[in-house]
Write a protein that binds this ligand. Structure first.
Ligand code: NDP
Length: 310
């Protein structure tokens, strides 16, 4: 097999149709490979379980028999497997083949893992870019899909047009850990919202309320309205300005008791909402009852007075 290590064409031509390798063909890796095929790329794929490549070869991808064969097929190698351990298991045996290639890791991980993999890849001459996918597989290549990147800026720019096949590409800086940090922060926001959604639907369900009707008619409009307050909350956090304007914590602590007791009276578990109640109570006990909710941020920072580990 030929070793095509010619640079990607993105930067030079802006067309971005150079050869690309995708390692990992789960739901996400398959969607990534499909977006590349749709963009006219020559796509080489590899997956630990070889049979998962079959739908893609039917769509025009070439399946490599080994990771080495896949890596050496393209100057741009994208890896999207389950976790960091799977990334290492896939790449470490072929480390010597990574030199001078752009290695874009779209596997979800921590900032620490990204920095360690970047150092490891640089030690083998690869240009490492870490990425966080803010989309689910059906969104890849469609409006609304955003991917966060950080790491080797030259490699990112060289392949930006190709990476934009997946969705909007936001480069956050040369620290390889910063994309993962923002990815996990955004996922935290999402899971907070989903936890509230689950609890709210469960409450209404105790009286026979239908999830779909409640969600569409009441919950989504309410959450949309509340979301418009977040930029101002954030501005106050940046300014360290926690003085309550409309809704002080002492009042919210009392209201939260009603959420907990009302939920229990309906026979529900309160696991999803108790941590927030605990934080509010702790703040009030520290004399912060006159502050606004955004003041709770100080209790989440290790070492801050009243933080869980302080
Ligand atoms: P899947 O569970 O569908 O696929 C997992 C993939 O990882 C498979 O290709 C699997 O190979 C491979 N894998 C697991 N362990 C190993 C190993 N030890 N060595 C080699 N390959 C291994 O997951 P997704 O494709 O959905 O997710 C992939 C990544 O994308 C994850 O990090 C995920 O967090 C991230 N992501 C996923 C999103 C989603 O909605 N799906 C959204 C955003 C990010 P095999 O087929 O052989 O088991």
């Amino acid at each position: 097999m030929t070793d095509s290590r010619t640079p990607g064409t993105d930067k030079e031509t802006g067309t971005g149709t150079g050869p690309v390798t995708v390692l990992g063909l789960g739901a996400m890796g398959t969607a990534l490979a499909q977006a590349l095929l749709a963009g006219g790329h020559e796509v080489t794929v590899w997956n630990r379980t070889a049979a998962r490549a079959e739908p893609l070869t039917a769509q025009g991808a070439r399946a490599a028999d080994t990771v080495e064969e896949a890596v050496t097929a393209s100057p741009l190698v994208i890896v999207c497997v389950l976790d960091d351990a799977a990334v290492r298991a896939t790449l470490e045996p072929v480390a010597a083949t990574l030199a001078d290639r752009a290695l874009v890791n779209l596997t979800n991980g921590t900032p620490e893992q990204a920095r360690a993999t970047a150092a490891w890849a640089a030690g083998h001459g690869a240009h490492y870019v870490d990425g966080g996918i803010m989309a689910i597989p059906p969104m890849i290549g469609h409006p609304g899909s955003t991917l966060l990147y950080s790491g080797a800026s030259t490699a990112f720019e060289a392949h930006r047009v190709t990476l934009e096949r997946f969705g909007a590409a936001t480069f956050l800086g040369t620290d390889p850990g910063v994309a993962a940090l923002h990815d996990l922060a955004l996922l935290s926001g999402m899971y907070g919202m989903l936890g509230g959604f689950l609890h709210a639907v469960a409450m209404v369900g105790t009286e026979g309320g239908k999830a779909a009707e409640f969600t569409t008619a009441l919950l989504v409009p309410w959450l949309r309205t509340m979301m418009t307050a977040l930029p101002e909350f954030a501005r106050q956090m940046d300014a360290g300005d926690f003085g309550a304007r409309d809704s002080n914590l002492a009042m919210q602590a009392v209201g939260f008791v009603n959420i907990i007791e009302g939920s229990r009276a309906q026979g529900l578990r309160t696991d999803l909402i108790e941590p927030m109640r605990d934080l509010i109570d702790r703040a009030v006990a520290q004399g912060k009852g006159g502050e606004d909710l955004q003041g709770l941020i100080s209790l989440l920072v290790p070492g801050a007075s009243g933080a869980p580990d302080a």
